[in-house]
Design a protein around this ligand. Structure first.
Ligand code: GRG
Length: 298
C-alpha cells in the first residue's frame, strides 16, 4: 500500500469537505471568516481527521463515508483553533507556522483569538448537524461529541497546555512530561481514532485496541515533534527550530537525550503495531501511519 497516495487522497477529501462545510469568506463578519479560512487552509497535514477515517475503515466502513466527514472535519477545526491560540504572544509567541505568518501576525491578536473561539464553537455546531449524518444514530453522535468535548477541554488538551505552560523553566521528570503530553497532544489523537470507530459501530475489543494504539502513537507524535524542534529542517517545518531550548521547555530530548528519545519512540511504534494484531488488512493505513509518525520530517 502506498501511504503517500493514501494521505494525499484523504487530505483532498477532507479539504473539499471543509470547504463545503465552512461558510465562504464573503460571509459576515468578513474578517472573521477570512481568518478562520486562512488558518484552516494553511497547509495542515489533516492528521486527526485522517486517523478518524482510518479507524472507521479499520472497523468496518468500506470507504470514506459522507456521514463521517462532519466529525472528521470538526476535529480539524478544533486542532486549528488550538494552533492559532498556541501561537499567540501570550503563549508560544510564534511568527510563523507551516511557513506562513501566524494568524495574529496577519489579522491582529483580537481577531486571531476570536477566529480560534469561532472554530472551536463551529466544530460543535458542525458535529451536531444531524442532517449531514442521517445514517448515524443520535445517541452514537452524542457519545462522540461528548468524548471530543472531554478530549479538547480542561481534562484534555486545554488542561495539558496549562500544565505545559506552568512547567516552563522548571526541572521536570518523565512522569510529568508523559502526563502533560497524554492530554495536550495525545487526547485529541486518541479521540480522533475513537470517534471514527464509534461512528462505524466498532466492537468493544476493537475500540479498546485503538485506544491503546492511540495513546502510544500520540506519544510518538510528540517525541518526534520534540526531536524535530532540535534537529529538524526549518525549511521543511516552516518555522524556526530551537524554540523549546530557548524557552527552557521540558522535552523528551532534554530529559532522555536524542538517541534515547528515538529509541523510546521506536519501541512505542512496535507496541502500537501489536495493538493492531486483532485487525485485518483494513488496518493497513493505521499500521503505516504509526511508522510515519516516527519518521515524519514536518
Ligand atoms: C492553546 C488550548 C490550546 C492548546 C494548544 C496542541 C497544542 C495545545 C499546541 C501545539 C503545540 C505543539 C507544537 C504541539 C506538538 C504537537 C502538535 C500538536 C503539532 C502540530 O500538529 P500537526 O503536526 O500540525 O498535526 P499540522 O500543521 O499538520 O496541522
Amino acid at each position: 500500500m502506498d501511504l503517500n497516495a493514501y494521505l494525499k487522497d484523504r487530505k483532498q477529501r477532507i479539504d473539499e469537505a471543509i470547504d463545503r462545510f465552512l461558510p465562504g469568506d464573503d460571509s459576515l463578519p468578513a474578517d472573521l471568516f477570512k481568518a478562520m479560512r486562512y488558518s484552516l487552509f494553511a497547509g495542515g497535514k489533516r492528521i486527526r481527521p485522517i486517523l478518524c477515517l482510518a479507524a472507521a475503515e479499520a472497523t468496518g466502513l468500506s470507504d470514506v463515508s459522507e456521514s463521517i466527514l462532519p466529525v472528521a472535519c470538526a476535529l480539524e477545526y478544533i486542532h486549528t483553533y488550538s494552533l492559532i491560540h498556541d501561537d499567540l504572544p501570550a503563549m508560544d509567541n510564534d511568527d510563523y507556522r507551516r511557513g506562513n505568518p501566524t494568524s495574529h501576525k496577519v489579522f491582529g491578536e483580537a481577531l486571531a483569538i476570536l477566529a480560534g473561539d469561532a472554530l472551536l464553537t463551529e466544530a460543535f455546531a458542525l458535529m451536531a448537524r444531524g442532517d449531514l449524518q442521517p445514517e448515524i444514530a443520535p445517541e452514537t453522535l452524542l457519545k462522540v461529541i461528548s468524548e471530543i468535548a472531554t478530549a479538547a477541554g480542561a481534562f484534555g488538551m486545554v488542561g495539558g497546555q496549562v500544565d505545559d505552560v506552568k512547567a516552563e523553566g522548571k526541572p521536570g521528570n518523565l512522569d510529568v512530561l508523559n502526563q502533560i503530553h497524554s492530554r495536550k497532544t495525545g487526547a485529541m489523537i486518541v479521540v480522533s481514532l475513537r470517534a471514527g470507530a464509534i461512528l462505524s459501530c466498532a466492537s468493544e475489543s476493537h475500540l479498546a485496541a485503538l485506544t491503546d494504539y492511540g495513546h502510544k502513537i500520540g506519544l510518538v507524535f510528540q517525541i518526534a515533534d520534540d526531536i524535530l524542534n532540535v534537529e529538524g529542517d526549518r525549511h521543511l517545518l516552516g518555522k524556526n527550530t530551537g524554540s523549546d531550548a530557548a524557552r527552557g521547555k521540558m522535552t523528551f530530548p532534554t530529559l532522555l537525550g536524542l538517541e534515547n528519545s528515538r529509541q523510546k519512540a521506536c519501541s512505542l511504534v512496535e507496541d502500537a503495531l501489536g495493538d493492531l494484531e486483532l485487525f485485518d488488512s483494513r488496518a493497513m493505513p493505521l499500521r503505516l501511519l504509526a511508522r510515519y509518525f516516527l519518521e515524519r520530517r514536518f
